[in-house]
Design a protein. Sequence first.
Length: 205
Amino acid sequence: MDHVMRVHGLAMKFAEKENADKNIVELAALLHDVDDYKIFGQESARHLTNANRILDQLGADPMTKRAVVNIIQTMGYNKFLEGIRPTTLEGMIVSDADMCDAIGAQGILRTHAYNASKGNPFFDVNLDPIDSHVDANAYRAAKTTHSVQHFFDKLLTIPAILMTGAGREEGALRQDIMVHFLEELFREESAQKWSDHLQNFLKKS
């Protein structure tokens, strides 16, 4: 729930800056994870069973319901890898807010918490950096061996795919936080090959 509320807060801030429909932005932000396939399964995720039910219970008009459902169906990093992206301003805003919550200080904390739950270390200086994944199938099949690799696989690529001015502004701030963190981590660990990898990665992005 913390993630949802952070996305909601960011989305409403972006909506204010971008003069978007705040009602649609708010509904989509609050409902964007209620059919998460990792929790509710692929069937629910495909049909957005919970989102549709909640919108009906709220008495959303057909146009609002279509707009919100369309946003949820077209946002997310996996959808991006498949070439699917929101086309409305409101959709771009909620997508940007969701992606921004994956990076910056929150991104560092979330990545560490997830990998720790899987028994993976945060950083293994003895491992060599590997190239990032380039498509949805490769990304899903990849097994992250330590948290730092995930920065290169996903987190550091996110600012470049944000779609709104407000999102890109926030993304740039969060990117700086991650880069500075990694630079200091690699310095303290005397991890020159990783430091070089980071600089080369940033030059290409």
